[in-house]
Design a protein around this ligand. Structure first.
Ligand SMILES: *Cc1c(COP(=O)(O)O)cnc(C)c1O
Length: 356
């Protein structure tokens, strides 16, 4: 099979140019005579690369100077525990907005450490603001701007006053410009829009660092990471390098503004195709539809297996929906070219014609 269009929700497709560069310098990176994978993270060359990656991310996201950028282990899920451990004491209250599977998982983990107030919960849509029950004394408000499984995305940033806003941006980071200064903490697992799995990025306002509980495992303590430039122990070195290449690629494409244009165009096309054909349906309200993850169902679910088999043969991979939702899901992150979406739409039209 030649290189196909991979619609996986994560680990997901990476930009072809990045993969080719990584391939070209696999055995001898930067004239060092070795792969970056084989190199000490304390070496001059590696440290320069790591700093460049952070600088580029700061530039493309316009991250203000009073925020630290941490490159951590453990994916987004480890931050589900790190957040309450770094920001609360036992007995404190925290607010969680629950709009799907990932925000519910974040709640479950936080409940081990702190009193969680679920502000609102609905896995099919974002509840009306008038229904939100924010606590007067919350240490932070947590939400998931893009629910990867349900395909629900916030188009604006919730206004929670002076309470620090904590956002799991795993599946939307770098897909569009965001105002970082509105957040206390932004975190994201890398394997959707950043690079290989295993790495997570944490962007945290400096005044929120330094309050971790005594029992916090050292690798989850943001202060320790910040003081050691994310190198308290060996970081996921290759993932960091590849993330740096992706940041360079985004910058060369015109930054997150260009990503947003490209992503909006892809998403609009795909939703329009789903809405035009009665053979397919997407359950999400138009104003909350994700630009990154597009779930859809077939009118006749008994054709799901055939749809997956034939789409795979057409070079359109991993369209199977999450087991909790069923149907199909097309994840169309930054690296998915518009031709991939066009090919999917053509296939869907053809399939509907043959089986409708
Ligand atoms: C994928 C995903 C996660 C889990 O990320 P890991 O890196 O596997 O821990 C968490 N939250 C959201 C929104 C995700 O999409």
């Amino acid at each position: 099979m030649s290189r196909a269009f991979n619609f996986s929700a994560g680990p997901a497709m990476l930009p072809e140019a990045v993969m080719r560069q990584a391939q070209a310098e696999m055995l001898n990176w930067n004239n060092t005579g070795m792969s970056v994978m084989e190199m000490s993270h304390r070496s001059k060359e590696y440290m320069a690369m790591a700093q460049h990656a952070e600088q580029t991310l700061r530039e493309i996201m316009s991250i203000p100077d009073n925020y630290k950028v941490l490159f951590t282990h453990g994916g987004a899920s480890l931050q589900f525990s790190a957040i309450p451990l770094n920001l609360t004491r036992p007995g404190d209250v925290v607010d969680y907005i629950v709009t799907g599977v990932w925000s519910a998982k974040a709640v479950k983990e936080a409940q081990r450490y702190v009193n969680v107030n679920v502000v609102c919960e609905n896995h099919q849509c974002i509840p009306e603001r008038s229904e939100w029950r924010l606590s007067p004394n919350a240490k932070y408000v947590h939400y998931t701007p893009n629910e990867t499984i349900g395909g629900i995305e916030f188009l604006d940033i919730p206004d929670v006053g002076d309470v620090p806003l904590v956002a799991d941006m795993s599946s939307t980071i770098l897909s569009r410009p965001i105002d970082v200064s509105k957040f206390g903490v932004i975190y994201a697992g890398a394997q959707k829009n950043i690079g290989p799995a295993g790495l997570a990025i944490v962007i945290v306002r400096e005044d929120l660092i330094g309050q971790a509980r005594e029992i916090t495992p050292v690798l989850m303590n943001w202060q320790v990471s910040a003081d050691n430039d994310s190198m308290y122990n060996t970081p996921p070195t290759y993932a960091w390098y590849l993330a740096g290449l992706v940041f360079d690629w985004i910058k060369a494409q015109g930054g997150v503004e260009a990503m947003a244009k490209h992503n909006e165009a892809k998403a609009k096309k795909l939703y329009a195709a789903i809405d035009t054909m009665s053979f397919y349906a997407n359950p999400v309200a138009v104003s909350e539809r994700s630009w990154m993850n597009v779930p859809f169902t077939l009118k006749d679910p008994s054709l799901d297996g055939l749809f997956l088999e034939e789409s795979k043969q057409a070079g359109l991979l991993n369209l199977k929906g999450h087991k909790l939702v069923g149907g199909m899901r097309a994840s169309i992150y930054n690296a998915m070219p518009e031709e991939g979406v066009d090919a999917l739409i053509n296939f869907m039209q053809d399939f509907a014609q043959r089986h409708g």
